[in-house]
Design a protein around this ligand. Structure first.
Ligand SMILES: Cc1cc2nc3c(=O)[nH]c(=O)nc-3n(C[C@H](O)[C@H](O)[C@H](O)COP(=O)(O)O)c2cc1C
Length: 145
């Protein structure tokens, strides 16, 4: 998921799967956010965002952040990093970024971030595949025709 601290201090975040590393020199990451996303607005206004790779145990957080609720952080442990970015406590990996570039494509925007800090743990990742949460090594149901 991607989180952002707006210029007024309000916290935003959304569940997303479209995130990847982009460049080694300089180090860059990208995420694709719908232009209708509240979080995208906060990213553009504040000039930064944070990638939080959720752990297998954080499925409920993924569900909350896939909604449009204005109170997503109310029951989710988090902390504000020195960079001003918001970290989800217990995330598998956290990458705090400044906004390097925004590219519009279709009804989404590709936000490219330059990491200013990275840290993480060693839990199993939360995986979403074929419309459902999965576990590494667990058998998959047959693909829909
Ligand atoms: C598994 C999953 C993957 C998602 N991937 C994306 C994505 O890549 N980009 C995106 O903009 N929204 C994605 N969404 C939808 C957002 O989480 C959802 O629209 C959210 O309510 C947006 O919140 P916001 O408007 O507060 O930013 C995904 C949702 C789920 C459940």
């Amino acid at each position: 998921m991607v989180t952002a601290t707006d210029t007024d201090g309000h916290l935003h975040g959304l569940t997303l799967t479209s995130v990847t590393s982009l460049s080694l020199s300089p180090p860059l990451f990208l995420a694709c956010l719908a232009d209708s996303s509240e979080t995208l607005g906060a990213v553009l206004r504040s000039g930064g965002f944070c990638i939080n790779y959720l752990a297998q145990s954080q499925r409920a957080i993924s569900d909350v952040f896939a909604t449009r609720s204005g109170a997503k952080f109310r029951n989710v442990a988090h902390r504000i990093r020195p960079s001003g970015q918001v970290e989800i406590a217990g995330a598998l990996a956290v990458i705090e970024c400044t906004l390097h570039e925004r590219l519009q494509a279709g009804d989404h925007s590709i936000v490219i971030g330059r990491p200013v800090a990275m840290h993480g743990g060693d839990e199993e990742p939360l995986i979403h595949f074929r419309g459902a949460y999965r576990r590494i090594g667990a058998p998959l149901p047959p693909a829909a025709a």
